[in-house]
Design a protein around this ligand. Sequence first.
Ligand code: SAM
Length: 268
Amino acid sequence: MSDPFENVDAASPQMIDIIAAGLETRAADEDMLPVIDEYLGLLNLPEGGCIVDIGSGTGGITRRIADRFPAASVMGLEPSAALTQKAIDLAGDRPNLTFSVGDGAALDLEDAVADVAILHTVLSHVSNPEPLIAEAVRILRPGGTLVICDADFSKAMMGIVPGDPLGSCCEAFVAGSVTDPWLAGKLKPLVGKAGVSVSHFSVRNRVVTSGMGALALVRMSGARLVADGVIGQPLADALEAEYLRRAEAGTLYSFLPFVTLLATKPSA
Ligand SMILES: C[S@@+](CC[C@H](N)C(=O)[O-])C[C@H]1O[C@@H](n2cnc3c(N)ncnc32)[C@H](O)[C@@H]1O
């Protein structure tokens, strides 16, 4: 099974809608916001600086960045035309925010134009992260900051007992929708090879015990297993119903660590 995030536009319209809704829910989720706000709080941005969000999806996080830094110009670049259109539709009238289609491995930007380049849950979905990191570093001005935030999917869990169907659903998500579940542990050496020096590395657990924050994982996994002929729609519906039942009953437990790394491009 290939990771649908590697080429979102090749997915079915139903899957693109599930992905888009899932990204929007996650970007606004109270369990996710501390992860985002931690790295935004560490940024030292000059007045009128430039922030590039690479792999911006529907722009949920990019909008938060634009609101937090109203004097900065914030650019979301995303290879999927479908997600970029949704990002443009959702952007509102923020004067400091733009979205366009672009591949993180070959950015259509001059060298040294950005003060901050962000890759938020992008690298675990690509088969070769090195060109994306190299491009992010290339567009940074000397002294600029690279931010990488990604889930450590190798530790993802939703089961509450051995053999729990929701646990299996989570495993199926990682197997079918994440290219490198072990990326988090490789980040430090990867950015070291790109010539930047790590200034911050932290891990925060995202634990969802209520609400819809992790429902997209169950939806994506179910839709994928149905499309691949592994399960039928009634089982996919039942998995979603079980998520909702647990959220209501207070027995939901979804666990996923997020790693945040900041690195500085050396001054020339
Ligand atoms: C899990 S989503 C994260 C989206 C957004 N950063 C967020 O957190 O809401 C992964 C994103 O990486 C994008 N992506 C995949 N390959 C990419 C590439 N080569 N360059 C830039 N983005 C890429 C996908 O299209 C998708 O929007």
